[in-house]
Ligand binder design. Structure first.
Ligand code: B1M
Length: 236
């Protein structure tokens, strides 16, 4: 059996068939480029290719599509892309997510903990937050997703109502990240701060900023966010 298998692999190698198979790097590049080119069909195809090639769905999201989003952002800054392209890029990424999201799920094992999450007031960016939600669900967390444009009062109410273990906040704008400090202060004022761990994330967020405003951690991407939340629950 082993001999037959190695014969087959050698035959395929000689025929050049194996060399024609795109590598992980190439597929992730296709995903990135499809986002940059606002190519909905291309992103769906590359997402399917990623899954059939055994690339983990989270990698396709973070090292493929999200890299494309970074380039879209740069093009917007350079004046090469405008708001219409930002909107299209968001829609393109959502299409990719419809293919990849089912592969991020693991089934319903015992909950790892409860997280209240939202994008802060004034901020409508939800793609990154939704990736975090999907990965947290895949890691068996119970999620209370407050959506976008969430005020300090709404965070406080949600913590009172749901008694979560963790509060997670997302902000993509330098003008809205400052809302996070107000939310932490509001939780303090309501006597809830010590009952929850607080994690923040989003493009402008740094660990230094988290420390400055009294959050417990900052996550550079969704994978790191889930890793930190899982660690916290282990040590609880
Ligand atoms: Co906007 N936008 N946008 N935008 N947009 C940025 C953020 C920007 C950096 C583009 C640029 O100029 N380079 C810029 C902000 C500049 C700044 O503040 N310094 C910007 C701007 C200016 C604006 C508007 C003001 C434009 C205008 O109207 N003139 C406007 C603001 C609207 C508002 O919110 N009030 C606006 C609007 C929009 C759209 C609606 C068109 C669209 C969003 C669609 C949507 O979300 N439904 C959009 C988009 C698509 C972008 C870019 C291009 C991509 C964002 C994205 O989805 N990235 C963005 C450029 C960029 O980020 N480089 C840009 C992919 C996503 C997977 O990554 O969201 O970073 P990200 O999430 C990551 C991590 O950050 C982390 O994990 C995620 C996954 O790994 N993370 C967490 C995020 N939250 C977390 C929470 C956690 C843990 C990790 O807790 C546990």
């Amino acid at each position: 059996m082993e001999k037959q298998l190695s014969k087959l692999v050698s035959k395929l190698g000689k025929s050049g068939w194996l060399n024609k198979m795109p590598s992980e790097k190439e597929i992730l590049g296709k995903l990135r480029d499809a986002i940059v080119n606002l190519d909905i069909e291309g992103v769906k195809k590359a997402s399917e290719e990623a899954i059939s090639s055994g690339i983990p769905a989270y990698k396709a999201v973070i090292e493929g599509m999200a890299k494309g989003m970074e380039i879209v952002g740069q093009k917007y800054e350079n004046g090469e892309y405008f708001l219409a392209e930002l909107i299209m890029a968001g829609e393109t990424m959502k299409e990719g997510m419809t293919v990849l999201e089912p592969h991020l799920k693991t089934g319903d094992i015992k909950s790892a903990g409860k997280v209240v999450i939202g994008t802060v007031k004034g901020d409508l960016h939800d793609i990154g937050k939704n990736v975090v939600v999907t990965l947290l669900k895949a890691a068996n967390f119970d999620i209370v997703d407050l959506g976008v444009d969430v005020s300090a009062e709404q965070f406080v109410e949600a913590v009172k109502k749901n008694s979560p273990d963790i509060v997670a906040m997302s902000a993509l704008l330098t003008t809205t990240m400052i809302e996070m400090e107000g939310i932490i202060k509001a939780l303090q004022k309501a006597g809830l701060r010590k009952k929850v761990k607080i994690i923040i994330g989003g493009a402008p967020i740094t660990p230094e900023y988290a420390k400055k405003i009294g959050a417990d951690a900052a996550a550079k991407d969704a994978v790191e966010g889930v890793r930190i939340c899982t660690e916290w629950m282990k040590n609880k």
